[in-house]
Design a protein. Structure first.
Length: 311
């Protein structure tokens, strides 16, 4: 691999970057995405972003919103890209640029990037989770993404840990995403102020408007020593620990990697998660499994796209 272009397509932007053989992003750019127009307009937004990076790429790897078919590169019906339904994204990009093109979802691709170049380098059985506005996950075994029979494997964010819990956006109850992602943290914080006055930096950041509380405010308050913020995050960590215990019992990985904005917020609790995992797991070797912060932050999609081309 000499020159690979990683492309990260979201509902509002297309981020692109040139990634070298060591996994370093040596140049990058960004263009707005056209999510609600025609399929052709959305494709044009992607190719405009690619063209802005020059030419001469050996291959192009693309992180696209799912559901999608990673074997064919067809985007099926992504909620945040309603313009694309059964859209042959890989074929269209391949036809325009005459290079190798790979397409996968962001969590799968980021898991592969972390395995090849990042925090999971040198590990054989990798479980990666991105925790932010939602929770996504990817599984890499022996250096290859595990897709399952149909390409739908590793929907870890929609594992239920409470069958009587709140209804997730996917329709199931008690998914870890509805319980522990960013919006859930905000709701948990809001509930702390519903039955009486509590002094907290969170309220100060929200200008005393409980409905304006965001997960980012909880993180900011925690760093200043706020007791309510710590309480909210510790409750979130307990839920994530139960979930990770299920993951370990199911997959027996040799490393756990977490990325995303909420994961960065929870980094101070990683030792607590490790310490409590044996209570939520029957695997006798769970204490030997490292829990690591992902190497790639906001650029995980670019690195992940590039990684698809060297899998």
């Amino acid at each position: 691999m000499n020159t690979v272009l990683g492309v990260d397509i979201g509902g509002t932007k297309v981020a692109v970057g040139v990634v070298d053989r060591a996994g370093k992003i040596v140049a990058q750019g960004r263009k707005p995405m056209v999510a609600n127009g025609t399929p052709e307009a959305a494709l044009q937004a992607v190719t405009d972003a690619i063209d802005a990076m020059g030419s001469g790429f050996e291959s192009i790897g693309i992180c696209a919103p799912g559901p999608l078919d990673p074997r064919t590169g067809v985007v099926l019906n992504p909620p945040n890209l309603p313009c694309w339904r059964n859209f042959p994204l890989a074929e269209e990009i391949r036809r325009k640029y005459s290079v190798k093109v790979k397409v996968d979802n962001d969590a799968n691709a980021a898991a592969l990037a972390e395995t090849i170049w990042g925090a999971a380098r040198g590990f054989k059985y990798v479980f990666y989770a991105t925790v932010g506005t939602g929770i996504g996950s990817g599984i890499v075994f022996d250096g290859r993404i595990y897709h399952g029979k149909t390409g739908s494997a590793a929907e870890g964010g929609h594992q239920s840990i409470d069958y009587r819990g709140p209804v997730c956006n996917c329709g199931k109850r008690g998914c870890i995403e509805i319980l522990a992602a960013g919006p859930a943290i905000a709701k948990r914080a809001q509930s702390k102020f519903g039955s009486g006055a509590r002094v907290s930096k969170i309220l100060e950041l929200a200008h005393d408007d409980i409905t304006a509380i965001k997960s980012e405010m909880v993180g900011q308050a925690f760093t200043s020593g706020d007791a309510v913020a710590r309480e909210v995050l510790e409750e979130t960590v307990e839920l994530l620990t139960a979930w990770l215990g299920n993951v370990v019992d199911m997959l027996d990985p040799d490393v756990l990697v977490m990325g995303g904005g909420v994961a960065a917020m929870l980094r101070p609790f990683f030792d607590e998660i490790k310490r409590n995992l044996p209570r939520w797991c029957v695997n006798p070797h769970v204490s030997d499994i490292p829990l690591l912060m992902a190497h790639y932050g906001a650029d995980a999609g670019i690195a992940g796209g590039a990684a698809l081309c060297v899998e």
